[in-house]
Design a protein around this ligand. Structure first.
Ligand code: ZN
Ligand code: ZN
Length: 360
């Protein structure tokens, strides 16, 4: 990531201060700290204020913070908040923004007690997240590498999939291959669900064996250079019934319709509506129980969400998943998920893995 990109991001946040009526912002959500500073450690807060961005962290990260960020770094032994309060007082900051969605009650309480009475707080929701929705060229390059890594990992395990292999062993194999392909780790807990368990949209891999003549659902993501990826494929094992083949076709049609609906300017509810419409034609709409997709980037779930009531307009540079599914209790389930980039004229599917009906 070019160094000045982080500076530009902080400058962009500062530009919002007059509108938000702030003179400073305490960023406590780590992915937002990472986004604004480049620092990737596990303990940090950023106090953003004109001319004085201060990154607070602890002594484990002294060397790393100096390497990763151009912010002024304060290394704190013990509790961090008293030092933050001292800095706020020293710089006479008076209107502090706090991250509404990520503010622990105790932090809020501490700031209320320790800062002078004239000090104002403002709870801000989603400001940085909104900036994060549109990806820069360097972020996009990282996401594309994460997506490629994820697909290579699936390629590498396909030949090992057979009835009798335990779901958890396949999940472990996927995580291992993913790391061998360059991932720093999975973007979320890998889902491997065979047979009736594929009806659970977020199934945990179990010690159950992969069943013959059933479906196998795999949902996996590789994190690389801080950025996530996300893909679901559903495969037939042995001789699945023609019902599954037909249902798969309906889900694929639904997924393609949603992708077709993605372009700049449309509401994030549009692709969701397109996906549901197709499933409705097949009498399957009631079995699709989650939203059609989500943004991804530094986090696996980011704005915008592709859901029924979303009003956010899609913009060039947003990266979203498209993942309609059908879930039939006691039978099984199908989901097909790709990662898609909103382009100037429409969209581009980033996931290279084929998604035609496949039987192993
Ligand atoms: Zn997924
Ligand atoms: Zn997803």
């Amino acid at each position: 990531m070019p160094d000045n990109e982080f500076q530009q991001r902080r400058a962009r946040l500062l530009e919002c201060f007059p509108t938000l009526q702030l003179d400073s912002f305490l960023v406590t959500h780590l992915p937002n700290v990472h986004y604004l500073t480049g620092f990737t450690g596990s303990n940090a807060m950023l106090l953003a204020a004109p001319g004085r961005d201060i990154l607070f962290t602890d002594p484990r990260y002294t060397i790393q913070a100096a390497q990763e960020t151009t912010c002024h770094v304060v290394t704190v032994r013990g509790p961090m908040l008293p030092k933050v309060v001292a800095a706020i007082a020293r710089h006479k900051l008076q209107m502090l923004g706090l991250e509404a969605a990520y503010l622990p009650h105790l932090t809020h309480q501490f700031l209320r007690e320790k800062l002078p009475l004239r000090h104002e707080f403002k709870l801000i929701a989603g400001q940085i997240e909104q900036h994060r929705m549109v990806k820069s060229a360097s972020e996009l390059a990282r996401i594309e590498r994460a997506v490629a890594t994820n697909s290579k990992a699936l390629d590498a395990v396909l030949k090992r999939i057979r009835p009798g292999l335990r779901e958890m062993d396949l999940a472990a194999e996927i995580d291992y291959r993913s790391r061998r392909e360059g991932a720093s780790g999975p973007s979320f807990e890998t889902i491997v669900a065979s047979g009736v368990r594929a009806a659970l949209p977020h199934a945990r891999p179990t010690a159950n064996p992969i069943e013959p003549n059933q479906l196998l659902l795999i949902d996996m993501g590789a994190t690389r250079e801080g950025y996530t990826s996300d893909m679901t494929r559903t495969l037939g094992i042995g001789k699945p019934s023609t019902f599954w083949k037909q249902t798969y076709r309906a889900v694929l049609e639904s997924q393609l319709a949603a992708i077709e609906a993605i372009r700049p300017g449309v509401k994030a509810s549009e692709p969701d509506r397109a996906a549901r419409q197709v499933l409705e034609q097949h009498g399957l709409e009631k079995t699709f129980t989650h939203s059609t997709g989500h943004g991804l980037g530094l986090e696996i779930h980011e704005a915008p969400r592709l859901g029924r009531k979303e009003k956010t307009k899609l913009l060039e540079g947003m990266v979203v998943t498209v993942e309609p599914g059908v879930y039939l209790e006691g039978k099984g389930g199908i989901r097909i998920e790709d990662t898609v980039l909103v382009t100037r004229t429409g969209c581009r599917i980033l996931t290279p893995t084929p998604k035609e009906w496949m039987v192993l």
